[in-house]
Design a protein around this ligand. Structure first.
Ligand code: DMJ
Length: 480
C-alpha cells in the first residue's frame, strides 16, 4: 500500500491535512490528554466515566496509523496499554461506545499488525457491553453499566439506528476471538428487524426511528435518514460487504430500503432542482417534510458504494440500470450536501437545513434555508465521507476540489491558534462565533476522510475493507 500521492498538488494537500490532524491533537494533548471529550476554548476536557473510557484516544488511533504519525501514536498506544480500564460503575451508551471505542480498538488491532493490547481491551469491553442485549426481545437497551452489565433505564426505547449499528464491530470481535457470542447477539437484532419488515411494520423497508427493547416493536411511525435512523441503512450494506458478500439477505434488505427511499423520501427543491431526502413525520406520515439533517449526507456515498460494491467504475464497466440510478442519486445528493456548505457565508454547513418547496419561487430565491436554532456546525464528517467515496469510486476530480474547499473553510474558521479546532455556533455569520467542543469524530472521521481523499486508491481498498460508521476500517472477513 502506498501512502504518498504521485502528483505535487495532491501531495501538498495530503500534507496539509496531516498537519491539521497534528494541530488538533496538539491542542487535545496539551489540554486534555486522556479525557474522553475535549473543550478547546476552555482548554479542558471531561469524561464519560471516572478516569475516562479512552474515547478520544481510541477514536484517533487508526488515523495516526494511517498518517504514519509515530510519536503521537506511540504515546496514545501507551495510554491504552497502561491507563485504559473499563471496570467502571458507570452507564454508557451502547452504540457510541461500540462505534468509537470498540471500533477504534479493533481497527487499531488490525492496522497495527495485530498488537495484542487492543484485542485484549476490545474483548473486555465487548463482554461488558453484552449485558445490554439481555432484554426480552433481544433488541438491546440503549445503555448499560460497565461494571455490572446491567441495563440502565430499561424502560426507555432504543434508537433504531443505534441497535442496528453495532453489528460490524461485534461480528469482527467474534471472528478474532473465535467466540460466537458477540455475533449471536447482534444477529438476533437483525433477525428481529427482518421479522418486523415481514409483518409489515416498516414502509417499504424504511424503519421507524424508535424501537422498544422489551416488546421489540417500533414505538413511533416517524421515519428519517437523519438522527436515530441513518446508519441502519449504512450497516445493511456494510454487513453484506463485510462478510465477502455471503449474507445476501442484507443486500436484499438494503435494496428494499433504497427502493423505499426513492419512492417515499426524495424531493426536489426550487428554483434549482436540488435533490434532497426528506422525512415522514408521526403527525402526517403521507407528506414529505423537507427537513434534512447534515447526518443524512452519508447516504450519497452509500448509494455509490452500493452501486459498485467497492469497485471503481473503471473496474466495473457493466452496471445494471438500478445500480446506475443509485449512483446518480448518490452523486446528486452529494452535490446537494456540498451546496449546504457552498451556500453559507463561512463555506461550512449547518446542522439541519430545509429545502424550498415553493413551485413559484423566484429565480434568485434560495433553495436551502436554515432556521436560527440549526445554524451550528460541530465538525461533522458525513459530506466528506460521501465526497471521499464518490472520488474513490468515480475518479471524478470535482470531488477533490469540493473536499479541499471544505477543508479550507475549516482551516479558516475553526482552527485555534495554540492547537485544536472548535465547532461553530452559526455558520451564516462572519466572523462566526466558536463553540467549546471538538468532538472525537473530527479526528476519527472528518480528517481521515479528507486524508483518504488525497491518498492513493490502494490505501484501504474498498473491496477489502469496510469502514464502520465512525470511519474505523475493518477488513472483509469469512466465517468458517
Ligand atoms: C459519528 O459518531 C458517526 O458518524 C455516527 O454514525 C453519526 N454521528 C457522528 C458524526 O456526525
Amino acid at each position: 500500500m502506498s501512502l504518498i500521492p504521485n502528483d505535487e498538488q495532491t501531495a501538498y494537500r495530503q500534507r496539509r491535512i496531516v498537519e491539521a490532524f497534528q494541530h488538533a491533537w496538539k491542542g487535545y494533548r496539551t489540554d486534555a490528554f486522556g479525557r474522553d471529550e475535549y473543550q478547546p476554548l476552555t482548554h479542558s476536557g471531561h469524561d464519560w466515566a471516572p478516569g475516562g473510557l479512552g474515547l478520544m484516544i481510541t477514536d484517533a488511533l487508526d488515523t495516526m496509523l494511517l498518517m504514519n504519525l509515530t510519536d503521537e501514536y506511540n504515546e496514545a498506544r501507551e495510554w491504552v496499554a497502561t491507563k485504559l480500564d473499563f471496570d467502571k460503575n458507570q452507564d454508557v451508551n451502547l452504540f457510541e461506545t461500540t462505534i468509537r471505542v470498540l471500533g477504534g480498538l479493533l481497527s487499531a488491532y488490525h492496522l497495527s499488525g495485530n498488537d495484542p493490547v487492543y484485542l485484549g481491551k476490545a474483548t473486555d469491553l465487548g463482554n461488558r457491553l453484552l449485558g445490554a442485549f439481555h432484554s426480552e426481545s433481544g433488541i438491546p437497551y440503549a445503555s448499560v453499566v460497565l461494571s455490572t452489565g446491567l441495563a440502565y433505564k430499561p424502560h426507555v426505547p432504543s434508537s433504531t439506528a443505534e441497535v442496528t449499528t453495532i453489528q460490524l464491530e461485534f461480528k469482527y470481535l467474534s471472528y478474532l476471538t473465535g467466540d460466537d457470542k458477540y455475533k449471536g447477539a447482534v444477529d438476533k437484532v437483525m433477525k428481529r428487524m427482518e421479522d418486523l419488515i415481514e409483518k409489515g411494520s416498516t414502509v417499504d423497508g424504511l424503519v421507524p426511528i424508535l424501537i422498544h427493547p422489551v416488546s421489540g416493536e417500533f414505538t413511533t411511525s416517524e421515519i428519517r435518514l437523519g438522527s436515530r435512523g441513518d446508519s441502519y441503512y449504512e450497516y445493511l450494506l456494510k454487513q453484506y460487504l463485510q462478510t465477502g458478500k455471503t449474507e445476501k439477505k442484507y443486500r436484499d434488505m438494503y435494496d428494499h430500503a433504497m427502493r423505499g427511499v426513492r419512492t417515499h423520501l426524495l424531493g426536489r427543491s426550487f428554483p434549482n432542482n436540488l435533490l434532497y431526502i426528506g422525512e415522514l413525520l408521526d403527525s402526517d406520515p403521507t407528506k414529505l417534510h423537507s427537513k434534512m439533517d447534515h447526518l443524512v449526507c452519508f447516504i450519497g456515498g452509500s448509494f455509490a458504494l452500493g452501486a459498485t460494491e467497492g469497485r471503481t467504475l473503471a473496474d466495473h464497466p457493466q452496471m445494471s440500470q438500478v445500480d446506475l440510478e443509485d449512483l446518480e442519486v448518490g452523486k446528486q445528493i452529494t452535490r446537494t450536501c456540498y451546496e449546504m456548505y457552498n451556500s453559507t457565508a463561512t463555506g461550512l454547513a449547518s446542522e439541519i437545513v430545509y429545502f424550498n418547496t415553493e413551485k413559484d419561487a423566484a429565480a434568485d430565491a434560495a433553495d436551502i434555508m436554515i432556521k436560527p436554532r440549526d445554524r451550528h456546525n460541530i465538525l461533522r464528517p458525513e459530506t466528506l465521507e460521501s465526497i471521499f467515496l464518490l472520488w474513490r469510486l468515480t475518479g471524478d476530480e470535482i470531488y477533490r476540489e469540493w473536499g479541499w474547499k471544505i477543508f479550507e473553510a475549516f482551516e479558516q474558521y475553526t482552527k485555534l491558534p495554540g492547537g485544536g479546532y472548535a465547532a461553530l455556533k452559526d455558520v451564516t455569520q462572519i466572523p462566526p462565533v466558536k463553540d467549546n467542543r471538538m468532538d472525537t469524530f473530527f479526528l476519527a472521521e472528518t480528517l481521515k476522510y479528507l486524508y483518504l481523499l488525497f491518498s492513493p486508491n490502494d490505501l484501504l481498498p474498498l473491496e477489502h475493507y469496510v469502514l464502520n460508521t465512525e470511519a474505523h476500517p475493518l477488513p472483509v472477513i469469512h466465517f468458517k
